[in-house]
Design a protein around this ligand. Structure first.
Ligand code: 2BA
Ligand code: 2BA
Length: 108
């Protein structure tokens, strides 16, 4: 078994959740935020059998779109604890995915 950790944009969550459920993938969604832009995103934990990993990745890839972030989203922290926005354009990828081996899986 593998644990797929997928960090996705909130805009893609609805469709992705639907498609995962439709295809019988079980998952847990955590609300998260990135260290760079500091805006909300979603982290999905998806426990899957080894032979279904590719199928799951395909769904994630199809549903999650890369986008350019609003340049005003990035702030720098000033020594006075205030924030100063500065213009920058970043492309947020469709999904950042980690795949981990699951040593044990229990459902009590
Ligand atoms: P939920 O996804 O909200 O699922 C709640 C319960 O609904 C499940 O209990 C299960 O009895 C049923 N269920 C979910 N998906 C189903 C499906 N495709 N077909 C039939 N019944 C389904 P649990 O299995 O005890 O799971 C409780 C919670 O644990 C889940 O909440 C989910 O957040 C997490 N979870 C379970 N399996 C997971 C997995 N393989 N990967 C990630 N998270 C998992
Ligand atoms: P954020 O950290 O808010 O990053 C948003 C986007 O900003 C990134 O998109 C990337 O294009 C850019 N970016 C991030 N750090 C940067 C840096 N040090 N210098 C220049 N540009 C930078 P993605 O790479 O697609 O990442 C989207 C989100 O996925 C990230 O949001 C973060 O929450 C997560 N993520 C990405 N790589 C990760 C990693 N290695 N470990 C854990 N989470 C990761």
């Amino acid at each position: 078994m593998k644990l797929i950790i997928a960090i996705v944009q909130d805009q893609d969550l609805y469709l992705l959740r639907e498609d995962l459920a439709k295809n019988n993938f079980r998952m847990t969604k955590l609300s998260s935020s990135g260290g760079f832009l500091k805006i909300g995103n979603s982290t999905l934990l998806i426990g899957v059998e080894d032979e279904r990993v590719e199928e799951c990745l395909k769904i994630i890839e199809e549903d999650c779109k890369a986008r350019t972030a609003d340049s005003s989203l990035l702030n720098i922290t000033m020594p006075t604890d205030s924030y100063m926005p500065y213009p920058v354009e970043v492309t947020i990828g469709g999904a950042t995915v980690f795949i981990l081996d699951v040593e044990e899986y229990h459902r009590f």
